[in-house]
Design a protein around this ligand. Structure first.
Ligand code: ATP
Length: 239
């Protein structure tokens, strides 16, 4: 099977998707189209299945029914590693960084799976996040929450992904830092990638997104522009 990379910023199509863990079905028939090159926000209450949907798209969880495609690539027939090499990058909830390694060592590990050499990776990362430059010899686990999240996003700079899947960037962070991080995501997206993000900070997510969908109990309950989704998103969280 070839490891030809996906074209820049492909669309993501999900049709009739069912998936879960063991015998428990979490996604009960998801239809979703993420347009090529868009920043798409996935909103919804706790346990709605948002993270599970991202995991299916990245190949970590397998569908039990339906079809998921990134561009022309059927996700179900590809391994996680294959999808990663093709340019699918998942920044998981909980950051996915190595706490005992320094900033620089974390970057070096990610370059193993990347075609970009370490000096260039460092240059890109420190240009995007000058704060990380000052802390390059510090253990990642001792960085502040916001700095750890900057490092987690740096993974996307390292692998030059076509598709960036981001789960709850805001986890435990102050709103100002969250806004700053999303500005960086918007900048990355302009460079040519499709971004699907899960977020509890509705207003911040809708500010960077060009489209949004709301999930509840394993189903999509609404989809549209941020303006169309704002009221529905807020009432979903209040209910
Ligand atoms: P949150 O906003 O709270 O992170 P979410 O919308 O991302 O929620 P998921 O994390 O996808 O929702 O979880 C959906 C359901 O799947 C929940 O009921 C959760 O308990 C269950 N679930 C998630 N991961 C697993 C797992 N590894 N094994 C079993 N059940 C799981």
């Amino acid at each position: 099977m070839s490891h030809v990379r996906l074209p820049a910023a492909p669309p993501i199509s999900v049709a009739g998707l069912r998936a879960g863990y063991g015998r428990i079905e979490v996604l009960h028939g998801i239809d979703l189209h993420v347009p090529a090159g868009s920043v798409f926000a996935l909103l919804g209450t706790n346990g709605a299945g948002k993270s599970t949907l991202l995991k299916v798209i990245a190949g970590h969880v397998r569908a039990t029914a339906g079809d998921v495609r990134i561009g022309d690539v059927p996700v179900g027939s590809r391994s996680v590693e294959h999808l990663a090499r093709q340019g699918v990058c998942l920044v998981p909830e909980g950051r996915g960084i190595f706490p005992n390694l320094t900033v620089r060592e974390n970057l070096r590990i990610w370059t193993y799976a990347s075609s970009i050499p370490l000096p260039e990776v460092e240059e890109r990362t420190y240009a995007a996040f000058p704060r990380l430059s000052e802390r390059r010899q510090q253990a990642a686990g001792t960085l502040s929450g916001g700095e750890q999240q900057m490092l987690a996003i740096s993974r996307a700079l390292v692998s030059d992904p076509s598709v960036l899947l981001i789960d709850e960037l805001s986890m435990g962070l102050a709103p100002l830092i969250v806004a700053e991080l999303y500005q960086m995501v918007a900048k990355l997206a302009e460079g040519g990638m499709t971004v699907l993000l899960v977020e509890q900070f509705v207003t911040t997510a809708l500010a960077v997104a060009s489209r949004a969908a709301i999930m509840a109990n394993g189903r999509i309950t609404g989809e549209g522009t941020p303006a169309e989704m704002a009221d529905a998103a807020l009432s979903a969280y209040l209910s």
